[in-house]
Design a protein around this ligand. Structure first.
Ligand code: FES
Length: 242
């Protein structure tokens, strides 16, 4: 797990919060509850709203937009909230506040449960790329050689071309996989576009190389393919996101 410097202890007021934008694009909210620090994503899991503008009473964090609330000690949902907040591992080292982040690959539904040796081999195939808000990861018609796992930020899908392009109606969050055509045969081109809704970081893996690694462990490969089928079915029930 890599550690990232987020801020100084003194930046976080007692029973208050401090919002930080990391160079990677990750937005982090650090809260100080009676002297103990906690770190969470800085964006509400409901909609694209800054949690730094919410309310914090030392115990409960409230998003000001629709009043979803979370227990600051655990990130669990309280009251109206329909989703928990993912708590980052936090370490105080002297005056520095650091957070630890699992590789997005570990959080990827497709690879959860794989033997660590296999995950480490996949991790070696991954290249991390950063995109600015509005940049495309790929467009309709591009070669489908790589698939992607979202590490930070948000990615939206667009279907159609040029002036007939329209949003497919969903956004991805950390650990979600997209561009899965690269893991299929006879799907050489993209049929949708993936555009960053905000500054984002993405892991890119070559599909053919990934399949070679998986083929060395047929039992694991079977489990991955079953999950991939479920993922594709879920996407297609919204609209194509290859
Ligand atoms: S945007 Fe935060 S609760 Fe709706």
């Amino acid at each position: 797990m890599s550690k990232t410097l987020v801020c100084k202890v003194a930046d976080v007021p007692l029973n208050g919060t401090h919002r930080v934008d990391l160079p990677s694009g990750l937005k982090v909210l650090v809260a100080n509850a009676e002297g103990k620090l906690y770190a969470y994503p800085g964006i509400c899991p409901h909609q694209d709203v800054d949690l730094g503008e919410g309310f914090f009473d030392g115990k409960t964090l409230t998003c000001h937009q629709h009043l979803w609330q979370w227990d600051i000690h655990s990130g669990s949902a309280v009251g109206l909230a329909e989703a928990p907040l993912e708590q980052y591992a936090l370490e105080v080292r002297g005056d520095d506040v650091l957070i630890g982040q699992e590789s997005a690959l570990n959080a990827c539904e497709l690879f959860v449960g794989l033997p660590s040796v296999l995950l480490a081999r996949l991790d070696k195939l991954a290249t991390r790329r950063e995109y600015k808000a509005g940049e495309y990861v790929y467009k309709v018609g591009d070669p489908a050689e790589h698939f992607h796992v979202l590490e930070a930020g948000r990615v939206e899908f667009l279907i159609g071309r040029d002036e007939r392009m329209s949003a497919a109606g969903f956004m991805l969050k950390k650990g979600e996989l997209f561009g899965w055509a690269a893991l299929l045969e006879k799907m050489p081109r993209r049929i949708a576009s993936a555009r960053c809704h905000e500054d984002s970081a993405v892991l890119c893996l070559n599909g053919a190389e990934t399949l070679k690694v998986l083929e060395s462990a047929p039992e694991s490969a079977y489990a991955v393919m079953r999950k991939l089928c479920a993922t594709i079915t879920r996407y297609l029930s919204v609209e194509g996101a290859t």
